[in-house]
Design a protein around this ligand. Structure first.
Ligand code: F3S
Ligand code: F3S
Length: 106
């Protein structure tokens, strides 16, 4: 199991979650951040600090954002498990599903 970041993060990227994660497993892409599912230890520390409530336990992901579950997994199929976001390069591209999201009105 893992935690999943969903649509409210797109084009917001507050990044408060990064500071809370004890295993440094939240990785930045161009339009949102992603939890590495093999590195996440399900501590849940990230969930309450996100100001836009974008983070959910996998089983609690709202139905309208269900596609963010597989997107958070598939985005790591090419980079694998880097073993820590702070020492890794940002993800070069978003998941195609995320890249296709309409621009947020900010
Ligand atoms: Fe995104 Fe919320 Fe983290 S907006 S970067 S999931 S604090
Ligand atoms: Fe980190 Fe959140 Fe998982 S703080 S360990 S990504 S539940």
């Amino acid at each position: 199991m893992t935690y999943v970041i969903a649509q409210p993060c797109v084009d917001v990227k507050d990044k408060a979650c990064i500071d809370e994660c004890p295993v440094d497993c939240i990785y930045e892409g161009p339009r949102m951040l992603y939890v590495q599912p093999d590195e996440c230890v399900d501590c849940g520390a990230c969930e309450p600090v996100c100001p836009v409530e974008a983070i959910f336990f996998e089983d609690d992901l709202p139905e309208q954002w269900s596609e963010f579950g597989p997107a958070n997994i598939e985005i790591f199929e090419t980079v694998g498990s880097p073993g820590g976001a702070s020492g890794a390069d940002p993800l070069p591209a978003d998941h195609p599903f995320v890249a296709a999201q309409p621009a947020a009105h900010v």
